[in-house]
Design a protein around this ligand. Sequence first.
Ligand code: GLN
Length: 277
Amino acid sequence: MTIAQALRESAAALAASSDTARLDAELLMAHALGVSRSDLLLRHMDDEPPPGFTGLVERRLAHEPVAYIIGHREFFGLDFRVSPSVLIPRPDSEVLVEAAIAGRPDARAVLDCGTGSGALLLAVLANLPGASGTGIDNSAAALEIARANASALGLGGRARMIRADWNEPGWTDSLAAPFDLILANPPYVETSAELSASVSEYEPSTALFAGREGLDAYRALVPQLPGLLASGGLALVEIGMHQADAVSGIASDAGFTAKLRRDLGDRARVLELTQMQ
Ligand code: GLN
């Protein structure tokens, strides 16, 4: 059996449970071999499959996300370490990073609320060399991952990761407000939503669920943003695809004008909030 054959067979088996079966098989194989995916495809297709590969495919067949199995995930062209303590960065969230970079290219101070792996904050900092940022999260395990990512990306000197919970009074005391840019991909899934097994059984529920309508985090966080934003500042919040009106309403009550941005699949994904004059 060659690696090429093993990839074909496992991709066929994974197709029942994954939309990205071939890619999954290649990423798992590259991980089992300890090489990059491009090295795998260019140099190893005629080799024997490594013994660990079958076990990795079995974990994926049980719906474990590839990113947790191999321990990392690409986002905005950067490699991020991930663990089950953090949400896996989604391509859909890249539009938020694009909006931040385009909207405030001169930003000096950036805040990321619920930073998780640090993906949003670190992708913005990597593209705005004059900016520094703070990522907050209420999970100590997530902050460790975020700090490791900041160092690995050479951004440790410009990114501070601190524990804070926007539901606790005084949570902003340790933040050096004001910020030119505020980013947030808070939990926004309805408690009753039926998610795929790879999400519901493996990803952290505290990063996903936000009450009956999925709006609890916006209700708690958005009214506090005016107190953290510099004058002329921009806040970008990720939203669920059916939440544009509801979250725009919450933002308008907090004194914001909201502009909608869509993701690559043309779904409502990000609101750009600026303060009404
Ligand atoms: N996009 C994620 C999902 O639907 C949800 C992310 C979030 O709640 N912030 O799986």
